[in-house]
Ligand binder design. Structure first.
Ligand code: TMP
Ligand code: ASP
Length: 239
């Protein structure tokens, strides 16, 4: 397989063409940004860790019947995936209060929610990915109500599987963000990544943050947190 031109460059990843129809290469970078790229930096090993962690999690979800874009890991930084058109909605799930929701509602972080909370953000960097609702998403033509139903169901199933997986790693899945894409034949599948960049992960015993909040909030030991998640994941999956 040959790697072709770069099709897209985001804040943490690049996407390249291949000579295989309907398949593209995703390359994970060490670059880190936060607060809509107002804060920029570099986290050693992050690209390799996020590629490895996303690979293990997407393979695990695939085995549990979740459709994903993932095909295979190619090397330390790259994976081969199905080409999809990304639905411009970030699906956020919250099991505990934290981050922007804790701020918006004026509540402490770390309160367990009695219900699963779903937020949708409109993927528009120039607007700072604003929080929207289902009606806005339909107005924007990003999805139909029927597609939103399907997207919430898929997101909820992913949450159930991930809560249990992280629990076995002695980690609380506080919240996370996923992106969904449509394949050429119109199927909605999980795309992008699931990694410490896109989840809040707290150690159950110490409540230590093992995710990108260490970078966002200058807490130190950023690389160590990504490596710790990878090591615990490998252990519970016997990899
Ligand atoms: P938030 O509390 O900042 O809204 O973030 C909720 C979750 O979504 C958290 O796990 C981090 C993740 N997230 C992303 O993956 N990308 C983003 O651009 C933002 C703002 C959050
Ligand atoms: N990745 C996002 C950005 O750079 C935000 C974040 O993850 O906090 O804006």
């Amino acid at each position: 397989m040959t790697k072709g031109a770069m099709l897209y460059e985001g804040k943490a990843k690049q996407v390249f063409e291949t000579d295989r129809p309907g398949e593209v290469i995703v390359r994970f970078k060490d670059d880190a940004t936060a607060f809509n790229a107002q804060k920029r930096g570099n986290v050693d090993l992050k690209g390799e860790m996020n590629n490895a962690i996303t690979t293990l999690i997407f393979e695990y979800l695939n085995d549990k019947g979740i459709p994903t874009h993932f095909i295979k890991k190619l090397d330390e930084r790259e994976q081969l995936v199905k080409k999809v058109s990304i639905i411009p909605l970030e699906m956020v799930v919250r099991n505990y209060s934290a981050g922007s929701m804790a701020q918006r509602l004026g509540v402490d972080e770390g309160i367990k929610s009695p219900v699963t909370i779903f937020d949708i953000c409109y993927k528009r960097d120039d607007l700072g990915d604003p929080l929207i609702n289902d009606h806005h998403a339909v107005f924007l033509g990003a999805a139909t109500y029927g597609e939103l139903d399907e997207m919430y169901d898929l997101t909820s199933d992913i949450n159930d599987i991930l809560i249990e997986l992280f629990d076995r790693m002695n980690i609380i899945l506080v919240d996370f963000k996923i992106e969904l894409g449509k394949t050429a034949d119109g199927q909605i599948v999980l795309a992008d990544e699931i990694s410490p960049d896109t989840c809040r992960l707290w150690d159950k015993d110490t409540m230590k943050k093992l995710d990108k909040d260490r970078f966002r909030r200058d807490l130190g030991e950023v690389t160590e947190a990504y490596v710790e998640i990878y090591e615990r994941l490998k252990k519970v999956l016997n990899k």
